[in-house]
Design a protein around this ligand. Structure first.
Ligand code: ATP
Length: 405
């Protein structure tokens, strides 16, 4: 089957955002046996969107659009498809009830403009969007499939994995696509490639390697007529990778460093406090944004990066913190973690700190013991902040799961 991807939005044509949705769809469509032949980008203009859809219908079997499903008058993708197919948009009672429920949950009244997000045309069924207010459309007409998705990449990923991917795989006969992601930290792409060389380059299951801000991810993609069969194909590859990489793997699939920490501590009924003089509260923000953090995360003490300033703040709470300035990076981090734990009355203390030479260190402390680590390489500020947060959270998760902290 021929595929075509249309990204819609004025911001794209102004060069304000980069069109990552098209590359996402291109990769996923290829995995499901659809060959993408054309990409196009078009602004929020009804006649231009209609033109792009007409053209796509003349040459492509599967057309995926992203963007323009919002509630405002410049969100026009639904209108364009309805116009091209000469169909009328009607409010769908089920979709409207769902949308009202989303707003009720958020505790805000639903503006009347949002009603158009609950519409369908006769040849469309809705594609659930579990993380947003704009459901997608799956239109089947003239022997073509037109799949409408919203703009935000996070929403698209879930919609693809849960609905679009499996349904397309059924249509193309590639069966079910099963993916499993193993997330590693502390190894380079080259290092992993060396250890797993013989597992790459196979078609089914396919093994992909991707560098991400939280480490190197390995994605196993298996295709089979049914999901259990596909999972069975992927399983030995996962076992082999786990055996070879061992503790370098910190999580799987949708897990994040913060969600690992919260899940592990929550299962043990323990609490966590933080001292942060390296990431400006970034590490705490990641924890606070994680579901279930309420019972675990007691809070964070955040100061600027100058060595010692956090020690001064914590001196009131802990004798250990008083000597903090005299210590090397890792011991400083441990003293700060201990002081945070004591100061905020938590079971586990975590810290991230920077030394004057640019080194970033983390420390994790509890009654059970302690664990620390660090890196001395200098990075640009924004990258350093993210790396430090990831290092501290993954370091803590590892120590907790090994029973060291
Ligand atoms: P919403 O309901 O959130 O308004 P929408 O369907 O109307 O969604 P847009 O308003 O077009 O989508 O885009 C929302 C945001 O999604 C953009 O501001 C941008 O951050 C992101 N986005 C949109 N299109 C793309 C794209 N092609 N690639 C990457 N990001 C995109």
């Amino acid at each position: 089957l021929n595929g075509e991807v249309i990204s819609i939005g004025h911001e794209l044509l102004m060069g304000e955002i980069v069109d990552t949705n098209s590359s996402f769809f291109a990769q996923r469509l290829a995995e499901t046996g659809v060959t993408v032949r054309w990409f196009s980008s078009v602004g929020d203009d009804l006649s231009h969107i209609c033109e792009a859809i007409e053209r796509a219908l003349s040459r492509s079997d599967v057309i995926v659009t992203s963007g323009g499903l919002g509630p405002t008058s410049d969100d026009l993708t639904r209108e364009a498809v309805a116009r091209v197919l000469h169909e009328e948009m009607r409010v769908d009672a089920g979709l409207l009830a769902w949308l009202e429920g989303v707003f009720r949950q958020r505790g805000i009244a639903m503006p009347s403009t949002n009603i158009k997000q609950a519409t369908l045309i006769p040849s469309a069924t809705s594609v659930p969007n579990p993380t947003g207010t704009a459901p997608g459309w799956w239109v089947t007409s003239r022997g073509r499939h037109i799949i409408l998705t919203p703009g935000p990449p996070r929403e698209i990923t879930r919609m693809w994995e849960e609905t679009i991917g499996p349904r397309l795989a059924q249509i193309t006969g590639t069966g079910v696509v099963y993916t499993r992601t193993l997330k590693t930290y502390g190894m380079t792409e080259g290092g992993i490639d060396e250890v797993l060389a013989d597992l790459f380059g196979k078609e089914n299951p396919y093994l992909g390697i991707y560098a991400r801000p939280d480490g190197i991810h390995l994605r196993i993609i298996a295709k089979a007529p049914t999901r259990p069969e596909a999972a069975r194909l992927a399983e030995p590859v996962e076992r082999e990778i786990a055996a070879r990489l061992g503790t370098a793997i910190w999580g799987t699939d949708a897990e994040t460093p913060a969600s690992r920490v919260i899940a592990l501590l929550s299962a043990q009924g323990r609490t966590l406090a933080m001292a942060d003089s390296a990431t400006g509260g970034n590490t705490a923000a990641l924890l606070a944004a994680t579901e279930g953090h309420g019972k675990v995360f007691k809070g964070a003490l955040v100061t600027g990066p100058e060595s010692g300033s956090l020690g001064a703040v914590l001196a009131a709470a802990s004798a250990a913190a008083r000597v903090v300035q005299a210590l090397d990076g890792e011991h400083q981090a441990l003293a700060l973690a201990d002081a945070a734990r004591e100061g905020l009355g938590a079971d586990v203390g975590l810290s991230v700190t920077r030394t004057p030479d640019g080194g970033v260190y983390f420390g994790a402390v509890s009654d059970k013991g302690s664990h620390s680590g660090g890196e001395t390489r200098r990075w640009p500020r924004d990258i350093a902040m993210n790396r430090a947060a990831v290092m501290a959270l993954i370091g803590l998760a590892g120590a907790v799961s090994r029973g060291e902290v």
